[in-house]
Ligand binder design. Structure first.
Ligand SMILES: [Zn+2]
Length: 332
């Protein structure tokens, strides 16, 4: 329903000439695009987190014709030093360190002469799935009604939807409780998350991406939401686990908040300021050169038409998404 409304809205904007007008007005506002998976099928991930290779290639073609694709670090440097960027600058970012970022996205990026920033999850380097992906696997393998009833029993409160389930797991459970609940659900439904094909970048893959001119950022050790972590937990998720990875692949200067959430973070903000140059959220919007480098907005890209992509890159889709969220209170 929402995607049909957005698609209609974006197509109308493109045909009315508003997108071209925004393109001129926004010339000096950099943008950071957010991708996750680039693959033929989303697999266990929600469809909104996957862009097909064909659509991704069309998007790169459109970007290289109409924009300047720059590294994320160039945007961060410009913010920090108040320097100018080339007009229509755009950086490409990829969250969660999925294997298809190397096998499918990277060759297309190379074909169009673009570089990206890949945010890796520490534990995924050992092919250990983060809890949120294990939750997706449970959703993928078990009937919705059944999994919601099972989670309701575990958390002692009625779980009304998959999204509601994620919210409860994120905000009302400690890391250990979350792990126990997911494990118990996997046992109950005899699902081994190991048998589900979801591959992540390895250290060797990351070296290859770096050799090809891409940047690597960090996305915590376990993809746990930062709000609610103890000071020791934050240090592990943001600093000590990253330092371990850095010994093998070099500096990781850029951070992506798990679930994009950058509020109520306790000591996390101080840790980020001390150990990173920037942090990206999932708040939708373009960037102004006065923005805080630890609260960088992004534009989430979906697998859609070029008018939809054009509206996304000019922030027009973000206006519709933000309005929808404001009206309905929904999280997309
Ligand atoms: Zn993520």
């Amino acid at each position: 329903m929402l995607s049909a409304i957005l698609s209609g809205w974006c197509t109308a904007l493109k045909h009315s000439g508003i997108i071209s007008l925004l393109h001129r007005i926004n010339a000096n506002k950099p943008r950071i695009l957010m991708y996750h998976s680039i693959d033929e099928q989303p697999g266990i991930l929600p469809a909104a987190l996957n862009v097909t290779p064909k659509v991704f290639e069309e998007q790169l073609k459109y970007l290289t014709k109409n924009y300047n694709v720059v590294p994320l670090s160039a945007i961060v440097k410009a913010l920090r030093s108040n320097k100018k960027l080339p007009p229509h600058s755009v950086a490409l970012t990829f969250d969660d360190g999925l294997k298809n970022n190397l096998t499918i996205a990277a060759p297309l990026l190379k074909k169009y002469g673009c570089a990206g920033t890949f945010y890796i999850v520490g534990q995924c380097l050992e092919q250990k799935k983060p809890w949120i992906h294990r939750w997706y696997i449970l959703n993928h393998c078990v009937e919705v009604k059944t999994i919601l009833a099972a989670l309701t029993e575990q958390v002692n409160q009625p779980i009304k939807s998959i999204r509601h389930g994620v919210q409860v797991l994120k905000y009302y459970c400690s890391c250990q409780q979350r792990e126990n609940i997911i494990k118990s659900l996997e046992n109950k439904f005899a699902i081994s998350s190991r048998s589900v094909n979801q591959k992540y970048l390895t250290l060797k893959d990351i070296h290859k991406l770096k050799q090809d001119g891409h940047e690597i950022g960090y996305h915590t050790q376990s993809h746990s939401p930062l709000a609610g972590l103890t000071p020791e937990g934050s240090h592990k998720e943001i600093v000590s686990s990253k330092q371990k990875v850095e010994k093998q692949i070099g500096h990781l200067n850029h951070f992506a908040y798990p679930f994009g959430e950058s509020r109520a973070l306790g000591n996390s903000l101080q840790l980020l300021a001390k150990h990173y140059d920037s942090a990206v959220t999932t708040v939708e919007g373009l960037i102004s050169l006065k923005d805080n480098p630890y609260q960088l907005r992004r534009l989430s890209v979906v697998s859609g038409t070029i008018p939809m992509f054009a509206a996304t890159v000019e922030g027009a889709r973000a206006i519709a998404v933000n309005a929808y969220q404001f009206i309905t209170g929904a999280m997309l």
